[in-house]
Design a binder for this molecule. Structure first.
Ligand code: GTP
Length: 602
């Protein structure tokens, strides 16, 4: 395709504002699929889990052909954990459709993506969707787009992806408003690796955006950051059906395969060039993504260990951004220490393991990566180490100082929840950086910026935020580097024995509160024994919180007041079943549920 006939764009939208529905409509209108092929729900959201959660995880690009134009629609992951992948997708485009729900208006997640898109010099075409809804207020939303985002929305396209209204207008706006890509066919090949995934038939499939030159079948190419060379054996695009092509020219987006076995060999943001006639420099913006949140995953049934390992390997085939290595815990047995890009990423993997691989799992409290500055010891020099697991805490005497990662959070909320949200941030050691109001009238929202230690966010910040704002507040964050913190390792002791799976690193100021909370919960969760069980939280040798489970009489059914026979039987059955899942700890049996529940509420 001639370069001035190409348009590359993505769709920015807040969750549920209609991105997938609109994409489906565009595909349908441009004839990429027959009506019969369309019926299988949303096409771009491939995996079952994406459909159920409505979250797009893997970027997919569809080539639409319309009025002699090649329109490449790039589907970007919609969550903050995948920010870098999003940034590469954006770097592959010249413009974006901004889809805003005509009844909901602009929301925080949208804003973050819009600003990112603006940073990439994108032409942004506003689309006000769902105008069919009775509650639609296109004029209000148009104003909001102008006031909040500062975009000219006078020519915003009014559409209903669901009813098929305004679809041609959207296509025409893409052609008219979004500029064609720039690129030079005569220069050496420079193509950006935008995404990759594992296909059981083709091996690793790589999505590329060609900047200069062309990429074709049989070409020997070099991946500049990875330092590897490969022979291209297939080039093509998705319409969304896979279609082979002889080549991808400058400005084009499509896929290549090169007999690559593992996704981990391909790095998003890498530059692909001709091995014989290489470009003099790589494309800007390459970044190696690193997991930032770690936790342990253990099978509830120890016999599932191998199955868990196989499942993790399978998931990793398609997701090089999560890591895992074996870990053993006295309380939980053998499992894996896993690293994720963020909390949502963690949840997605955990859910897939449970759902697709049918595994019953225990997840230990998520932890961030700490930088430990250690003084020298008899055998080791002074050094800085990264700590991924509280259980590996070095000798406290050697710790000179500890640094923890911080984030800057942006929260949008209706005014009525502001007070509670400020308190939550304050309680989590937040430093307020700004408070402004955006929008007007019914659409007015407070925008709060806070710097927060990531450690205070990984436990239950998001859940708390959602519950105190009845779901109205939105949350977005970026990492802003490491800062020194007064951090300590808190151990939990059951009957005088430390339980490694429950230990955590926490700020000294909040340790006591956390410790007390954990002890109280465990008191509720651990069944009584025939002897008294102390539960303690301790820092070093110092106990900071304590609860005691009193001893009980042998007959568990006693507390059923002798009355209801069915209830008695049920209780006994439950106890029998519970026993199978108990861990003997010292001489205390802790039911698996107690760990799970205690960790959930961390
Ligand atoms: P994520 O994939 O979660 O980001 O959501 P999305 O933005 O892709 O939204 P999706 O297309 O899944 O639409 C969300 C809901 O809105 C679905 O129930 C759609 O049927 C509905 N929807 C989408 N477009 C319209 C529209 O124009 N009018 C109405 N009434 N509903 C719509």
């Amino acid at each position: 395709t001639k370069i001035d006939r190409i348009r590359n764009f993505s769709i920015i939208a807040h969750i549920d504002h209609g991105k997938s529905t609109l994409a489906d409509r565009l595909i349908q209108r441009t004839g990429g699929l027959t009506d019969r092929e369309m019926t299988h729900g949303q096409i771009l959201d491939n995996m079952e889990i994406e459909q159920e959660r409505g979250i797009t995880i893997k970027a997919q690009t569809v080539r639409l052909t319309w009025n002699g134009y090649e329109l490449n629609l790039m589907d970007t992951p919609g969550h903050v954990d995948f920010a870098y992948e999003v940034s590469r997708s954006l770097a592959a485009c010249e413009g974006a459709l901004l889809v805003v729900d005509a009844a909901q208006g602009v929301e925080a997640q949208t804003l973050a993506n819009v600003y990112q898109s603006i940073e990439h010099d994108h032409e942004i075409v506003p689309v006000i969707n769902k105008i069919d809804l009775p509650a639609a207020d296109p004029e209000g939303v148009r104003q909001e787009i102008e006031e909040i985002i500062g975009l000219d929305a006078s020519e915003a396209v009014l559409a209903s992806a669901k009813s098929g209204i305004g679809i041609d207008d959207v296509l025409q706006a893409i052609v008219d408003k979004i500029p064609p890509p720039k690129g030079d066919r005569d220069k050496p090949l420079q193509a950006m690796l935008v995404d990759s995934w594992y296909d059981p038939y083709l091996g690793v499939v790589i999505l590329v955006r060609v900047m200069d030159g062309a990429i074709r079948k049989g070409q020997q190419v070099k991946f500049m950051a990875a330092g590897t060379t490969h022979l291209i054996d297939r080039v093509g695009c998705f319409t969304p059906k896979r279609t082979d092509l002889p080549e991808l020219g400058p400005g084009e987006i499509g896929f290549i395969t090169a007999q690559i076995k593992e996704v981990s060999e391909t790095r998003v943001g890498d530059t692909i060039t001709d091995a014989k006639k290489p470009a003099s420099a790589a494309l800007p913006g390459f970044k190696e993504v690193q997991p930032v949140v770690f936790c342990g995953l253990f099978p509830v049934d120890a016999a599932d260990f191998e199955k868990l390992r196989d499942s993790l390997y399978k998931l990793r085939l398609n997701d090089a951004s999560f890591s895992f290595e074996t870990e053993s815990s006295a309380a939980l047995g053998f499992g894996f220490r896993c690293g994720f890009l963020g909390l949502l990423h963690l949840e997605i993997i955990q859910e897939r393991l449970t759902r697709e691989y049918d595994l019953d799992l225990i997840t230990t409290a998520p932890s961030v990566v700490y930088k430990m500055h250690l003084t020298h010891s008899k055998n080791e020099p002074a050094q800085t180490i990264e700590l991924h697991n509280p259980a590996d805490m070095p000798d406290p005497n050697r710790i000179e100082r500890i640094e923890e990662p911080w984030i800057e959070a942006t929260i949008y909320t209706p005014d009525e929840y502001l007070g509670a949200i400020l308190k939550l941030c304050q309680d989590r050691r937040g430093i307020q950086k700004g408070l402004t109001y955006v929008g007007s009238g019914a659409h007015q929202r407070a925008q709060v910026k806070y710097e927060l230690p990531l450690n205070e966010v990984v436990f239950d910040f998001y859940d708390r935020l959602k519950s105190i704002s009845r779901g109205y507040a939105s949350f977005d964050y970026e990492q802003i580097g490491y800062r020194e913190g007064d951090l300590v390792k808190m151990s939990i002791l059951v009957n005088e024995e430390p339980v490694d799976a429950l230990s955590m690193i926490t700020h000294r100021g909040t340790a006591e509160q956390r410790g007390r909370g954990m002890c109280e919960r465990l008191k509720e969760l651990i069944p009584r024994h025939l002897f008294k069980i102390p539960i303690q939280a301790a820092i070093g040798g110092k106990v900071i919180a304590r609860e005691t489970i009193s001893a009980m009489r042998k007959d568990v059914t006693a507390k059923c007041y002798g009355g209801d026979a069915t209830r008695k039987r049920k209780l006994l059955e439950k106890q029998k079943k519970g026993k199978a899942k108990m861990r003997e700890y010292g001489n205390v049996s802790i039911p698996q549920e107690a760990f799970i529940a205690a960790l959930r509420m961390g």
